[in-house]
Design a protein around this ligand. Structure first.
Ligand SMILES: Cc1cc2nc3c(=O)[nH]c(=O)nc-3n(C[C@H](O)[C@H](O)[C@H](O)COP(=O)(O)OP(=O)(O)OC[C@H]3O[C@@H](n4cnc5c(N)ncnc54)[C@H](O)[C@@H]3O)c2cc1C
Length: 250
């Protein structure tokens, strides 16, 4: 299918992008396009305007700040996976990226786009939650840092306002015990269920409308995963218990 008609905008600065988002009714940011373009093509999203941020220079840095690493909005997932800074200070991020889709998708998809997209079965939202990172949003009112704990609101719903651009995400430095396990039908597919460890913190994905933190000793307490063609709620709970045990025994 082809997308429903929309007006295309290509700002060349962050300020211009934010001005457009504040001015236009029903606009969507286009970053890597690896989630938005399929949604447009299937007409599951029909925005009136698309604001393509790919022409904004100097928005593709990975740099150290505030005891952690900031990843700007145009950093591709494959570049973050290869980043020496992330490998040194936040090795969980490059490790998790190996599980995100396939190499060709990671060459285009962005780290920030994956988090802004807020897919409950995606890896990076659970990683930023486990690490207690944050999202830096810029809107007409200025800049605000949104902690990961309050960023994910529902399926594909985040705390970003329609007129805000996520300019970067921030991961605190963490080199303690960490890891990610997931189970999917085929390599590169979204996970049926997954677990992320950062020290004593555990985050789960694929089992609730948002990524959630859980007690490593009772990871499925209060969990009510949904059923679909891939897995029953009971099977998802079983996977979470088994993967948590494995991750914390490592
Ligand atoms: C076949 C396939 C398999 C995949 N498998 C996985 C997988 O296993 N795990 C996984 O995590 N992902 C998977 N993905 C998704 C992929 O990781 C996407 O790249 C990612 O989810 C979105 O990043 P993007 O840069 O492409 O964002 P886009 O598609 O451009 O945007 C996605 C959404 O985020 C918003 N957005 C993006 N950037 C910003 C910003 N800076 N500020 C505000 N809003 C923004 C957009 O408006 C849109 O609503 C898969 C995709 C495909 C096509």
């Amino acid at each position: 299918m082809k997308p429903a008609p929309f007006e295309y905008h290509a700002p060349t600065s962050v300020d211009e992008a934010v001005r457009l988002l504040g001015m236009l009714e029903d606009a969507k940011v286009l970053a890597g396009g690896q989630s938005l373009v399929p949604l447009l093509n299937f007409r599951l999203a029909r925005p009136a305007h698309v604001v393509d941020i790919n022409g904004i220079p100097a928005l593709d840095r990975i740099y150290e700040r505030d005891g952690g690493v900031a990843v700007q909005a145009l950093v591709r997932q494959s570049d973050a996976q290869r980043s020496e800074l992330l490998q040194k200070l936040c090795p969980l991020v490059p490790e998790a990226l190996k599980h995100v889709a396939h190499q060709v998708i990671r060459n285009r998809g962005t780290v920030v786009g994956s988090i802004a997209h807020a897919d409950p079965a995606a890896e990076l939202p659970a990683v930023i939650l486990a690490l207690q990172g944050s999202v830096r949003a810029l809107g007409p009112g200025g800049t605000r840092d949104i902690p990961a704990e309050s960023f994910f609101m529902g399926v594909l719903e985040s705390a970003l306002a329609p007129d805000e651009l996520a300019v970067e995400v921030w991961f605190p430095a963490f080199t303690g015990p960490h890891g990610l396990r997931e189970e999917s039908r085929r390599h590169g597919d979204y996970a049926m269920a997954g677990v992320v460890r950062a020290g004593d913190r555990l985050a789960l994905f694929g089992v609730a409308p948002t990524p959630v933190t859980a007690d490593p000793n009772e990871p499925t307490r209060d969990l009510q995963p949904s059923a679909d063609l891939e897995a029953t709620p009971g099977f998802r709970k079983h996977l979470i218990t088994a993967m948590t045990r494995e991750l914390f025994a490592a």
